[in-house]
Ligand binder design. Sequence first.
Ligand code: ADP
Length: 195
Amino acid sequence: MEKTLVLIKPDGVARGLTGQILARFEQVGLKLVAMKMVHASHEDVDRHYALTEEWMMAVYSKAKAKYEAEGRPFDYPDHKAYGGEIKRGLVDFLKSAPIVALVLEGEMAVSLVRKLVGATEPASSAPGTIRGDFSHDTYALSNSQNRPLRNLIHASGNLEEANNEIKIWFTDTELYKYEHAFDAVQYDPKWFLPS
Ligand code: ADP
């Protein structure tokens, strides 16, 4: 069974959305196996957002595609400079105020959580997703204000990322094992079979 990491960023906590966000994950049957409030250190956040070539290129390409689709000029020629700038802003933002870290467990938990969270830019995120329902921030506005998108949540992008990120925020003993309703209702093949 997969485990994945979610961070409710300072904007989600400060807006009092922690409970509503948690409810979105609980209502699909994901098992909450760890949770804590943290005022993160620079080192924690720096480790969490690794400044790889791949990450800088992804951040740059997603924003460029959106600017072009809107017919706006995208005046950032260099993915390294752009990605580096976004990362600096993100680190400052994530360590500026308390965040809530969660580990959720379930079948295909990583992709399920990403689906519930929605697209990076809240304004393009579908209704029904957390980012789409609780924010309408845009690349253009956040870039013009020289800050990262305030999109409420971080969620691991793939299983390898999830395994690495969980270790940044939790020790093994902070990950709990307990009986959850879905262990029977969804995962036990013998549940409710007529005798
Ligand atoms: P996601 O959080 O959807 O996985 P990324 O990993 O690409 O997105 O980016 C990490 C975070 O950096 C985003 O959630 C957002 O807060 C911020 N961010 C990414 N790209 C931009 C951008 N072009 N402008 C402003 N903030 C950005």
